[in-house]
Design a protein around this ligand. Structure first.
Ligand SMILES: [Zn+2]
Ligand SMILES: [Zn+2]
Length: 394
């Protein structure tokens, strides 16, 4: 019984409008830094509920602030607003109306959940302090969180703690996962360009073959995780793309490799860089090709601070019961730019299950068949409300 009735019916009814808002945002997805309509909708709603609203932070970011009481502490809650360049499958009435752009990571849902919380906080909550609701652009790779911080996010809106929530397919709908310490990986993007000597496929001795060198480098890279990284630590070296040649009888002059490099701590991240640079250089030399390496640092390791994570875990347990809360959830090798906010302000990144195995909500994010589960809006908003209420207790 409790399974399907763990939230008061009245609250579920009150956030019902936000299901429509979520679907409206889903139907009009916008890519990184182009979230103009979404940001406009967020700003209008927040204005209507009495928030001080700041727009244009980090491009299309929006912050809504509500202050009550004397001075108190301040808390920041973050949602992301951007969509992905994916052609949506499926046939829901709220299917993307923009071909090739899709809310395939549930940021439409995160935005709707935080808006629902915004309304409940404004209408229901007595508190002492400041609530800053942070709606950020461009989480998917372009670093909207950093852009907002460079525009003075935490100078204009100082926060004693900051929290964010992401849906997680494959986990029972509405179940909360918490984790102290490293929870999401660093992510670096590396492009290796090999330059040899092109030639006729019949006369390999007159060429310097970049295909053979690239193949050897791909295989050698596999030894970094298996032989150099401590087996008890986490690391990923993925070669996601190889481009070389166009014909069976031509040895290509160049080959390029594109890598995704991930780690759950900064020491492993540094070790991966050191080993990849050395290995590529020496392997290339051994084949007589030149290697140019373009190393682009991406998102940092996301580390949840213990006290704030424990606090958030307690809030969820009190609200939903221990059977809906995982206090020691897994770490993931995906990455998240909320990591940069956590480098400046203590806080925690929380997962809420989007649906267990075998349900619609289990379809993974970044998949063209994915859809955010609207059942999460009520528990997500209720959690935000309780978190703010407890953190800024009068
Ligand atoms: Zn994503
Ligand atoms: Zn996401």
């Amino acid at each position: 019984m409790r399974e399907s009735n763990y939230l008061a019916h009245s609250l579920v009814q009150r956030v019902g409008d936000f299901i429509q808002i979520r679907r409206d945002i889903h139907a009009r997805p916008e890519l990184a830094f182009e979230e103009h309509q979404t940001a406009g909708l967020v700003a209008d709603k927040l204005n209507g509920w009495g928030y001080e609203v700041t727009t244009g932070l980090g491009g299309t970011g929006v912050v809504g602030t509500l202050r009550r009481g004397q001075q108190g502490k301040s808390i920041g809650l973050r949602a992301d607003m951007d969509a992905l360049p994916i052609l949506e499958l499926g046939s829901s009435p709220w299917k993307s109306q923009t071909a090739g752009v899709m809310h395939a990571c549930g940021h439409d849902g995160h935005t709707a959940m935080l808006l629902a919380a915004a309304k409940l906080i404004a209408e229901d909550l007595e508190f002492d302090g400041a609530v800053h609701l942070i709606f950020q652009p461009a989480e998917e790779g372009a670093g909207g969180a950093l852009k907002m911080m460079e525009d003075g996010l935490f100078d204009q809106f100082p926060c004693d703690a900051v929290f964010a929530m992401h849906n997680m397919p494959g986990v029972e709908a509405g179940r909360f996962e918490f984790r102290k310490g490293s929870a999401m990986a660093s992510s670096d993007n590396v492009t290796i360009t090999l330059n040899g000597r092109g030639g006729h496929g019949a006369f390999p001795h007159e060429a310097v073959d970049t295909v053979v060198a690239a193949s050897s480098i791909v295989m050698a890279l596999q030894t970094i995780v298996s032989r150099n990284v401590d087996p008890q630590k986490t690391a990923v070296v993925t070669v996601g793309a190889i481009h070389a040649g166009i014909a069976n009888n031509v040895i290509p002059q160049t080959a390029t490799l594109a890598l995704s490099i991930r780690a759950l701590d900064t020491e492993v991240r540094a070790l991966l860089k050191e080993r990849i640079l050395a290995l590529v250089k020496l392997q290339a030399e051994s084949y007589g090709v030149q290697a140019a390496i373009d190393w682009r640092e991406g998102y940092a390791v996301l580390a949840n601070t213990p006290d704030e994570t424990e606090f958030a875990t307690q809030v969820a347990t009190k609200l939903f019961g221990a059977d809906r809360v995982e206090p020691n959830g897994p770490a993931y090798t995906a990455s998240e730019d909320f990591a940069f906010m956590l480098q400046k302000v203590p806080g925690s990144y929380i997962f809420i299950g989007n649906g267990g195995p075998g349900t619609r909500g289990a379809c993974h994010v970044h998949n063209p068949g994915y859809d955010f589960n609207d059942e999460l809006i009520a528990p997500g908003a209720a959690f935000w409300l309780a978190l703010v209420g407890d953190y800024l207790k009068k």
